[in-house]
Design a protein around this ligand. Structure first.
Ligand SMILES: Cc1ncc(COP(=O)(O)O)c(C=O)c1O
Length: 371
């Protein structure tokens, strides 16, 4: 094979390209497009975070890959305050340039390769599969341990609350995953991007002592500031957990120049140190969720899971592409379930990330479509 396309041919088609036509159709609505397809924040970055960024804008030197001591201390404190996670060693925190970058590279960074198994959720954020494929490993979709059978995975992803389904894994489930991984010598990577956005019940970090009994061996918790602090544009996240695993990631990332820019580190420190802006953002999403939820139910949709996270996982009990069309006729764009694997052909994902005005417009159009 020529050098061109050697890597990209290993990967699935970029899914967002497949909804370009339906987006065009939705955009012709006289009231304008309501784009609920991507979970990208629309509310401004809090002034506290912006001024932290600006305060170090004149610093010219290279940042450290490990991040400043202040940033790592702020991450440890935020994990304790917000999620009851205790016992995290500040050395076992590593900032990343947005968590998508980490997830796409994680199997490779950990030396996972050919013949290794990477377990991902049945209905999953696509980058787990991408990271496995980039490393030459085998992605394996499983929500339960029996679906893994006698195999010994190298890495097991959990994502609670889930993108796209909003499903939350209970304490017992997470405890079983940790015990199973320890028995089989697997690493658990818990993507906790939506842990701060729980609407019903409680969601748990893998580092919660009720899940791991205070032992972080083999565990990595992945945290993004994109959604909870509106920092998607800054590219800001971190991974924390097993000190030995984090040290290994640090070592490899130091060699690869995977550094979070210094002003972003300062912004992250401020964001992790302040819960007020985070709580205010959560309440904005809560209100939008209520409005969209009621309107979707009135329009005859069924809502599954969705007890947490930034999305409503809905169905009209037909092909997701047909639902996408139905919504596009009303000027609304959603993400089809088939983006998230072959096991969700009849769902679409509705993001809560639009302005209050756009959410109200979508709700109005849905209510007008009452069966
Ligand atoms: C489950 C999940 N993990 C990770 C990410 C990546 O977030 P970021 O790269 O902005 O940190 C996303 C973004 O949508 C996500 O939904």
């Amino acid at each position: 094979m020529s050098l061109r396309g050697r890597v990209s041919s290993l990967l699935p088609d970029f899914p967002w390209d497949t909804i370009a036509a339906v987006k065009e159709k939705a955009a012709t609505h006289p009231g304008g497009l309501v784009d609920l397809s991507v979970g990208t924040p629309v509310d401004p970055v809090d002034p506290l975070i912006r001024s932290a960024l600006q305060s170090v804008a004149e610093v010219p030197g290279y940042p450290t890959t490990h991040g400043t001591a202040e940033l790592r201390a702020a991450a440890v404190a935020a994990l304790a305050r917000r999620f009851g996670v205790t016992g995290v060693d500040p050395a076992a925190v590593l900032p990343v340039i947005g968590t998508k970058e980490l997830i796409a590279g994680l199997p490779r960074l950990l030396g996972i390769g050919a013949d290794d198994l990477v377990v991902i959720p049945e209905i999953a954020y696509p980058t787990y599969e991408v990271g496995a494929l980039l490393a030459g490993a085998k992605p394996w979709r499983a929500d339960g341990l029996t679906q893994i059978g006698p195999q010994n995975p190298a890495l097991i992803y959990v994502n609670s609350p889930s993108n796209p389904t909003g499903k939350v894994l209970g304490l017992e489930h997470l405890r079983k995953v940790v015990a199973f991984a320890r028995e089989r010598g697997a690493i658990v990577a818990s993507d906790e991007c939506y842990l701060g956005l729980t609407w019903e019940g409680e969601a748990y970090s893998v580092l919660d002592p009720r899940v791991c009994d205070g032992d972080h061996t083999g565990l990595l918790a992945i945290h993004s500031l994109s959604k909870t602090s509106n920092l998607a544009s800054y590219r800001a996240g971190f991974v924390a957990g097993d000190p030995a695993l984090v040290a290994e990631l640090l070592e490899v990332r130091k060699h690869s120049g995977m550094m979070v820019p210094f002003p972003i580190q300062a912004a992250m420190t401020a964001a992790l140190g302040d819960d007020t802006h985070e709580a205010a953002q959560r309440e904005r999403y809560r209100a939008r969720r209520e409005i969209l939820r009621d309107a979707l139910l009135q329009a005859g949709f069924r809502i599954d899971h969705s007890e947490a996270g930034l999305y409503l996982w809905v169905t009209r009990r037909e092909s997701c592409r047909a639902t996408l069309d139905w919504l596009a006729e009303r000027g609304i764009l959603a993400a089809p379930g088939d983006f998230y694997g072959p096991r969700s052909p009849e769902h679409v994902r509705i993001a809560l990330t639009a302005t209050d005005e756009r959410v109200a417009a979508a709700a109005e159009r849905l209510r007008e479509s009452r069966p």
